[in-house]
Design a protein around this ligand. Sequence first.
Ligand SMILES: NC(=O)c1ccc[n+]([C@@H]2O[C@H](COP(=O)([O-])OP(=O)(O)OC[C@H]3O[C@@H](n4cnc5c(N)ncnc54)[C@H](OP(=O)(O)O)[C@@H]3O)[C@@H](O)[C@H]2O)c1
Length: 216
Amino acid sequence: MELKNKVAVVTGVSKGLGLEIVKLLLEKGVIVAGWGRTQPHFTHPHFHFFSCDVADESQVDQAYRDTVASLGKDIRILVNNAGFGVAGSLESMSYTTKRLIPAMKAADEGHILNVASIAGLNGVANFAGYVGTKHAVRGISHSLYMELRDFGIKVSTVYPGSIQTHFFDDIPGMEAHEHMMRPEDVAQTVVQTLETHPNYFVVDVECRPLRPKGKK
Ligand SMILES: NC(=O)c1ccc[n+]([C@@H]2O[C@H](COP(=O)([O-])OP(=O)(O)OC[C@H]3O[C@@H](n4cnc5c(N)ncnc54)[C@H](OP(=O)(O)O)[C@@H]3O)[C@@H](O)[C@H]2O)c1
């Protein structure tokens, strides 16, 4: 999709991967509605923040109404970045996705990009809940793409390994470090996935740090 002047919703934009995705989309000329609990510390004429806990359906409804009132109904891109963390819930993806599908269908064009994790492909000891949620993201995303492809809507899923973000702040015994991926690199993969030819569709992208423990 040609990205310039399209409207995108990105969830979870205060920091980490979501913030980098927002910045890169803005560089590409996208008009971005950020839906999140906390407002990021930056301003841009094409960035609009809508306060919303994406795990709360009524707040998602309100954010959708406010976004349509400010930016119109023609929202072509949804990046489901927040809400699948250790403390997140899967419902958030359904709430945001179900709100935005009708406008994409009306335009006969849209792209939903779900941020999963390599925990959506493998098992991880002591993370069964998170792993289960991320595996579910994969199954839901694949089913959705089969349902939506005939309406011109792509559904892609990105499965990153460890990223240097605030994700680990609340996980005892784990800390972000320099050998993890940089969030701006994962954001670039997200934007490249969105930027493809209308009849070219990337289903799944797995990305990992090359040397996760540094040079041996
Ligand atoms: N970091 C990794 O190693 C890694 C690896 C694979 C996949 N991922 C995935 O990448 C995505 C982004 O995580 P990150 O690494 O960027 O973590 P992060 O630095 O902790 O950022 C998470 C963002 O999501 C927001 N958020 C969380 N729950 C939310 C909710 N219910 N409603 C609205 N916003 C919410 C947070 O807002 P607040 O500031 O208000 O908390 C924050 O802006 C997540 O889906 C995560 O599972 C991360």
